[in-house]
Design a protein around this ligand. Structure first.
Ligand SMILES: O=c1ccn([C@@H]2O[C@@H]3COP(=O)(O)O[C@H]3[C@H]2O)c(=O)[nH]1
Ligand SMILES: [Zn+2]
Ligand SMILES: [Zn+2]
Length: 247
C-alpha cells in the first residue's frame, strides 16, 4: 500500500524560517499527523487543512516542537468541533505526556476534566511491534537515542518508510531496516552544524553507505539549510508543504 507524506514543517526546534518538524501521512482513506509541535496549528491553517480531516495523531516524544500544539488541538476539537480524534501514544509516554506536558493547560477541575482521554481517544502503542492502526497503515515504534532517560521513537510505516523523528544516528538500525527488512525510504532528522549530543549531524549522515544515502530525505533542519544544498552527498532535503509519494 503506497502512502504520501506532507511535511507541515521541516525545521529544527529553533528554526524560524521553517515550522516544527511535523508530518501528515496520507493513505487512501486515512490521515495521520505525526507530531504536533507549537507551530502545527498555524501550519495546518496555512495549508487549509481542517482539523476534522485528521483521523489520528501520533507522538514521537515530548519536546515542544513535537507536542506543543496539542493543547490548542485538544481545545479546538472539544469546543469548536465538538468531536474527538484518536491519539496514538507510545505506552511509555502516556503518563508523562499528560503529567509533564499538557495537564497545566488542559486540566479543568470544575468541569471534571482531568485526564488525556477526556480530550482524545487515547491508544497506547507498544514498542517494536507492528500495529495496524488502520487497514491501510501499519506502524512499528522503534526506540531512538535522543535525550537520555526520555523515551523517544522513530516510526516504520508500512514496512517501507522509516521516519526517525528526533534521533541520534543509529547506522546499525538504518542498515538493518534497509538491507534486511526491505525498508526503502528514510526520512531522517539532520543537524547541520555543531555536536551530536542529541541529534544526527550531517557529517555523521554522510558516513552512511551511498546506496542508503540515495534513499534518505533530510528533515528537522536549521534556517541555514540552503547553505548546504549540494553538500549532502546522495541525500536530499525534504521540502516543507510538498507532498511526496512513497510506493
Ligand atoms: O540535552 C539537550 C536538550 C535539548 N537541546 C536542544 O533543545 C532542543 C529541544 O528540541 P529538539 O530535541 O528538537 O532539539 C533540541 C536541541 O536543539 C540540546 O541541545 N541538548
Ligand atoms: Zn525536535
Ligand atoms: Zn527532541
Amino acid at each position: 500500500m503506497s502512502l504520501q507524506i506532507q511535511m507541515i514543517g521541516t525545521g529544527s526546534a529553533f528554526a524560524k524560517t521553517y515550522y516544527n518538524n511535523n508530518a501528515l501521512v496520507y493513505t487512501k482513506h486515512f490521515t495521520l499527523l505525526i507530531d504536533c509541535g507549537a507551530t502545527a496549528p498555524r501550519a495546518l491553517n496555512e495549508l487549509q487543512i481542517p482539523l476534522p480531516n485528521i483521523d489520528a495523531i501520533l507522538i514521537s516524544h515530548i519536546h515542544a516542537d513535537h507536542v506543543g500544539g496539542l493543547e490548542e488541538l485538544a481545545f479546538q476539537y472539544m469546543y469548536n468541533f465538538k468531536r474527538r480524534t484518536k491519539l496514538f501514544v507510545p505506552a511509555a509516554l502516556e503518563v508523562p505526556l499528560w503529567e509533564h506536558s499538557l495537564r497545566g493547560g488542559l486540566e479543568n477541575i470544575a468541569e471534571g476534566i482531568h485526564k488525556l482521554s477526556d480530550y482524545f481517544d487515547v491508544i497506547p502503542l507498544p514498542e517494536r511491534e507492528p500495529v495496524a492502526i488502520h487497514p491501510e497503515l501499519t506502524i512499528e515504534l522503534l526506540p531512538t537515542e535522543h535525550i537520555p532517560h526520555k523515551p523517544s521513537y522513530g516510526f516504520l510505516l508500512n514496512e517501507r518508510v522509516y521516519y526517525s523523528a528526533d534521533s541520534r544516528l543509529n547506522g546499525t538500525l538504518l542498515t538493518e531496516l534497509f538491507e534486511k527488512r526491505g525498508c526503502e525510504h528514510f526520512l531522517h532528522e539532520c543537524q547541520l552544524g555543531g555536536s551530536n549530543i542529541v541529534h544526527a549531524t550531517l557529517d555523521e549522515l554522510l558516513t552512511l553507505p551511498e546506496a542508503l544515502q540515495r534513499n534518505v530525505l533530510l528533515m528537522h533542519y536549521g534556517d541555514n539549510m540552503t547553505d548546504f544544498i549540494g553538500k549532502t552527498g546522495w541525500m536530499r532535503f525534504i521540502e516543507q508543504f510538498k507532498t511526496y509519494e512513497f510506493k
